[in-house]
Write a protein that binds this ligand. Structure first.
Ligand SMILES: C[S@@+](CC[C@H](N)C(=O)[O-])C[C@H]1O[C@@H](n2cnc3c(N)ncnc32)[C@H](O)[C@@H]1O
Length: 278
């Protein structure tokens, strides 16, 4: 499962790189934030909590819908990431350093968003209980997790290249914290139902990861954003690293049709409610 302290340390170490790349991450994943907002349907004046805020998405978009009477509170396991999120929103939203498994809120939020965070929880059942307890009765939550690796070539092609270059590297078990942990259709939905959530809906979310990043920049960008890829690449001898870079560039070439990236991608959009009583 991965220990909470290890996860916290890992994300704190990554925070500066995520801060630097925040604007590009926002652009590459803008369709996901919009889809979450559509599903969440936040109303002006409501109070929302964004869990695992990272670079501040979808909290930034959410806040625009809620102000001036409403609020969004940012939360993240890692202090560095909570600070990154706070800066991304120009200090306009309170930020809390807290694991999803230990949230300091009871029945206060109309809604919760969590984008690309649930896959990394160290104790998902407990996290889902805590998120539910943070909501008012009938409050709603919207999660996005990555879909299957094969449908996400911007990630999948790189992981495949890295695994070929480092065939002995350990492969994460299905329930280890990793990006594709909730890729199987229905897996996160089933967890939510088993923890007493109602109105659970789970659907694929297809979009393009598109934005101003060139083929030459892509490998360095992905290395800087993913600790697993960076570690495996860093352990290769110099000629192995150069060969890996060339292999990645060859694999992703079709996704740079006009010099900037456009990868087809698939996530899962999963929403649920806290029961009216309970
Ligand atoms: C891939 S980033 C996603 C950030 C942002 N929501 C986005 O979509 O760009 C994952 C985030 O989850 C946070 N995280 C990991 N485990 C967590 C946990 N158990 N509780 C709360 N946050 C966690 C990390 O610190 C990191 O900021």
């Amino acid at each position: 499962m991965g220990r909470p302290e290890e996860q916290r340390e890992r994300w704190n170490e990554a925070a500066e790189r995520w801060r630097r790349n925040g604007a590009i991450v926002r652009e590459l994943t803008a369709p996901v934030s919009r889809a979450m907002l559509d599903r969440a349907s936040p109303l002006a004046g409501e109070r929302w909590l964004d869990v695992a805020s990272g670079v501040g998405d979808p909290a930034a978009l959410l806040r625009e819908k809620l102000v001036p009477e409403g609020t969004v509170v940012l939360s993240d396991l890692a202090h560095g990431m909570a600070r990154t999120a706070s800066e991304a929103l120009g200090g306009t939203a309170p930020a809390v350093t807290a694991a999803a498994e230990a949230l300091p809120f009871r029945s206060v939020f109309d809604g919760v968003t969590c984008r690309f965070g649930a896959m990394f929880f160290t104790d998902p059942p407990r996290a889902m209980d805590e998120i539910r307890s943070s909501l008012k009765p009938s409050g709603r939550a919207v999660f996005v997790v990555w879909g299957e690796r094969e449908r996400n070539p911007f990630f999948g092609e790189i992981l495949a290249a890295v695994r070929e270059a480092a065939p002995d590297a350990p492969v994460p078990a299905p329930d280890d914290p990793h990006p594709f942990r909730y890729a199987p259709a229905g897996k996160l939905a089933e967890l939510l139902r088993s923890r007493g959530w109602t109105d659970v809906e789970d659907e694929p979310l297809r979009f393009d990861v598109a934005g101003p990043i060139s083929q030459g920049e892509f490998w360095d960008f992905m290395r800087s954003m993913n600790a697993e890829i960076d570690k495996l690449a860093g352990e290769l001898p110099e000629d192995g690293r150069a060969a890996l870079r060339s292999d990645v560039e060859r694999r992703v070439a079709p996704y740079f049709p006009e010099g900037t990236c456009r990868f087809p991608a698939e996530a899962r959009l999963v929403s649920a409610r806290r029961p009216a009583s309970g």
